[in-house]
Design a protein around this ligand. Structure first.
Ligand code: CA
Length: 353
């Protein structure tokens, strides 16, 4: 964005700033996406989001498309200007999840090879997450193993629903098994709401990052909790962006109504689980502030989740807002908690060295 050049570089600080929800898109993926957009009956959320970014002449859209495709000097320059020491990079939404199964499985490998090459080239500046194709859970589990053990990637990216399907369905649980076995967190990143949910969002322009993302992804995370995923995989760690898609703010009501609903036996799909929803949130989730440079929201979330569960993200290049770095540097929290927020929690969650 033009304004990035005119804003003073953030001050030197005694912690590393690690940005944990940073996106890339191989040029080859944009070609596959173009074919899907031009094909028969493309997903309406995909058309709204990616159709816009890939065709809009606006400065914002062109900046995003240019930056997404770079894993080298342009990205490093923007990181230096913003005082970002390290990016944890993931394949941008919806990644391969909008593709047919065979293309998705093979392109996830291509994307992971490219990202790991960039990480090897800039090992102190970049870390990366494994992209997977939930369309083929067994292949996704194998790719997690390859990505972590052979490519050195340290997280897994899932861009929420896969063509309307949710990971709360046990047919996907091989993915969780592989994540837990490889001690690697899954970043559950937003996607636009699926075809059968998007109508009322689309008609008023609320389907994207402004609101639809958070509603859809928050529901996805809740579905994992209520389906018992964390009773089956107690060590599994999920990362949510955007201040936990508001779930910490909901937690009292979630606990109260979950218990009431289970006791009433109202839904076969809502069986007893071992803990309260808020307890799984605290024990099985990390939250990043991507897109939300709000001190009150961050403090509230640290209070609800514990200061060791909340970490920094810029959401580059979508929210390439350099001025937010200084705002967050200036938060009135202890020096220890600030270092946790910017550095140590990301080092722990992603096992960074
Ligand atoms: Ca993002």
């Amino acid at each position: 964005m033009e304004q990035a050049q005119t804003i003073a570089q953030p001050a030197k600080v005694d912690y590393a700033r690690i940005a944990t929800e940073e996106a890339f898109a191989p040029p080859e993926m944009l070609k596959i996406w173009r074919k899907i957009l031009d094909g028969a009956d493309p997903d309406p959320g995909f058309v709204s989001l990616i159709g816009f970014y890939m065709s809009s002449p606006s400065a914002r859209a062109r900046h995003i498309i240019e930056c997404l495709q770079d894993l080298d000097q342009l990205r490093l320059q923007h990181m230096d200007e913003a005082g970002i020491d390290r990016q944890v990079i993931a394949l941008t939404s919806p990644g391969v999840q909008v593709m047919d199964k065979d293309t998705a499985v093979s392109f996830a490998q291509v994307a992971n090879d490219q990202l790991s090459e960039a990480v090897r080239k800039h090992p102190t500046r970049f870390s990366g997450m494994v992209a997977i194709a939930p369309q083929d859970p067994a292949a996704a589990a194998k790719e997690i193993e390859r990505g972590v053990q052979e490519l050195g990637l340290t997280g897994i990216i899932v861009n929420s629903h896969t063509q309307g399907e949710y990971l709360s369905d046990p047919k996907f649980w091989e993915i969780f098994e592989a994540a837990q076995a490889n001690d690697t967190p899954i970043y559950l990143h937003p996607n636009t709401p699926p075809r059968n949910m998007i109508g009322p969002f689309l008609e008023c322009g609320l389907d994207g990052a402004i609101y639809g993302f958070g509603v859809e992804t928050g529901m996805h995370a809740l579905r994992l909790i209520t389906a018992g995923v964390f009773d089956r995989f107690p060590k599994l760690q999920i990362i949510l962006g955007h201040m936990g898609e508001a779930l910490p703010f909901w937690s009292y009501r979630l606990d109260y109504m979950h218990r009431a609903t289970v006791v009433s036996k109202r839904y076969a799909s809502m069986q007893p689980i071992k803990k309260k929803p808020s307890e799984y949130l605290r024990e099985n989730f990390y939250i990043t502030n991507s897109g939300v440079a709000s001190e009150p929201a961050i403090k509230f979330t640290q209070d609800m989740m514990g200061a060791d569960r909340v970490m920094y993200a810029m959401d580059y290049p979508y929210q390439h807002a350099v001025e937010e770095v200084s705002i967050l540097d200036g938060m009135a929290i202890s020096a220890e908690d600030k270092k946790r927020f910017f550095q140590s929690n990301a080092e722990a969650a992603f096992r960074l060295k």
